[in-house]
Design a protein around this ligand. Structure first.
Ligand SMILES: Nc1nc2c(ncn2[C@@H]2O[C@H](COP(=O)(O)OP(=O)(O)OP(=O)(O)O)[C@@H](O)[C@H]2O)c(=O)[nH]1
Length: 454
């Protein structure tokens, strides 16, 4: 996500050297580079101009702080302005209305409307504990109605049937009556997409909007289309009272132009990011966190939230208790950790949120971490229980047997044992110093503004 922009920006920031106050010359040179980086990222021109003007004005006026170098000062200014360009503070989905809350999904064909309807339904069901009903008003393509039926089934929410040739407004009203009848909290209405913004399409969706008066009218847009995404969103916003935007396919977007332009061009907040094809690949949009990610500083808060949600708390607690009692960390614990990490989903999405993600990704370019984890688990599985508890028993003959059992080379068993020992040493340190010590250590390493606020 936004790799090109991140590497361009980090080069700009690295080029500001020295100590003391940021000079006007430095600011001008860095601003020129910033402009180039944003042009390459396909950000809309007025947004670039506004951004650069603000960065310059703010950088010229920064107070001298003893502790920060000019490079860090400039980074802070860019970080603040990026956050502002992305919308400032997060604007969560609004469901404050008499249920069922209606969410209308608008967008061009192929933008990811139906996929996002499924993702949003799952998010509402799992995270907000809402009862959701979905309906398709795409009366032109039977495949679209069928796609929503399948998506709803996959995420386990109710689906209201509709048919080609019916009147979209009548479908939506029937679905609303059904939602009321079954006490649904939320009704999500998927609509027809066209390949371009045409008058008929606009009239149809405007009629749906007028009949339903949704609490949220979300515009779904493909981030890969760069600043065009912002232009299309603007065209919709002129006709429809959009309340927010879902930016999709961000996982494949190396540039970031859409994310940076949408808010300024439309005046509407981005509410979610689609970051993959699967139903759980939806992230709430937090401007500050995305700004940090774009600047290569990671997004530790989202990482912590994601991890906390997906890790089996009971098992994690058991391991913590075991370590506290000074019990040995063994290969079964190690395997359990691997399984937990696998459970957290794509490694890519976790790594992306670490500070310095770009370097880590470059190092791991040719390494399939998920495959390696599966192999690690397979090797541990082919050990006896005794070997897992007492890894020191594993000498040459046993190594050969384990390797054969897992279908790997002895060298890979050795590699795993080394990795295990390193983890065990780290665990010992955490257990002796406690979590607080680890967090204090982390605080010293993280850039300002990145530690969770109290
Ligand atoms: N990588 C990635 N692919 C996505 C994402 N969201 C949607 N897609 C893919 O984009 C394609 C189009 O998505 P749909 O949900 O069918 O698009 P739509 O807007 O409903 O299209 P119509 O029904 O034709 O109007 C599908 O192949 C999706 O899997 C995303 O966040 N990341």
């Amino acid at each position: 996500m936004f790799e090109n922009l991140t590497s361009r920006l980090s080069r700009v920031l690295d080029s500001i050297r020295g100590q003391g106050r940021l000079t006007e010359e430095q600011i001008n040179a860095a601003s020129r580079e910033l402009r180039m980086a944003l042009l390459e990222a396909d950000v809309a021109l007025p947004v670039i101009k506004d951004f650069i003007d603000k960065v310059k004005a703010r950088a010229l006026g920064v107070e001298i702080t003893q502790s920060l170098t000019p490079g860090q000062e400039f980074l802070r200014v860019v970080q603040q302005e990026l956050t502002a360009t992305l919308g400032g503070t997060a604007e969560p989905l609004n469901l404050r209305t008499q249920p069922p809350a209606i969410i209308l999904m608008a967008g061009l064909q192929g933008s990811g409307k139906t996929t996002s309807t499924g993702k949003l339904a799952l998010w509402l069901k799992e995270r907000e504990k809402k009862k959701v009903l979905v309906v398709s008003c795409d009366v032109y393509r039977p495949a679209a109605i069928e796609q929503l039926r399948i998506v709803a089934g996959n995420v386990g929410v109710d689906w209201f049937p509709s048919q080609v040739g019916q009147d979209p407004v009548a479908i939506a009203q029937d679905a609303l009556a059904q939602a009321r009848k079954q006490y649904a909290d939320v009704l999500i209405v998927d609509t027809a997409g066209r390949t371009t913004v045409d008058e008929d399409m606009m009239k149809e969706i405007a009629a749906l909007n007028a009949a339903l008066t949704p609490i949220e009218t979300l515009f779904v847009v493909d981030s890969m289309t760069g600043q065009d995404a912002a232009k299309t969103a603007r065209a919709f916003a002129d006709v429809l009272p959009l309340t927010g935007v879902i930016l999709t396919k961000v996982d494949g977007d190396a540039r970031g132009g859409a994310a940076l332009s949408v808010r300024q061009v439309t005046g509407r907040p981005i509410k979610f990011l689609g970051v993959g094809e699967k139903s759980d690949r939806l992230e709430v949009f937090h401007p500050e966190r995305i700004a940090n990610r774009i600047l290569g500083q990671g997004d530790v808060l989202s990482l912590i939230e994601e991890t906390a949600r997906k890790v089996d708390q009971e098992k994690a607690q058991k391991l913590a208790d075991k370590l506290k009692k000074n019990k040995r960390f063994d290969l079964e614990d190690f395997r359990e950790q691997m399984l937990q990490v696998q459970n957290m989903g794509s490694m890519q999405s976790l790594i992306e949120k670490l500070p310095g993600a770009q370097q880590i990704q470059a190092q791991l370019k040719n390494v399939d971490t998920e495959k390696q984890m599966r192999r690690t688990v397979a090797i541990i599985n082919s050990m006896t229980r005794q070997e897992r508890h007492f890894p020191d028993l594993i000498k040459a003959a046993r190594k050969r047997r384990i390797a054969a059992g897992a279908g790997v080379e002895v060298q890979q068993v050795n590699q795993l044992l080394r990795q295990f020992e390193m983890t065990r040493d780290m665990m010992k340190k955490v257990a002796s110093g406690g979590m607080a010590k680890l967090m204090r250590g982390l605080a010293g390493k993280l850039p300002p503004g990145m530690m969770p606020r109290r």
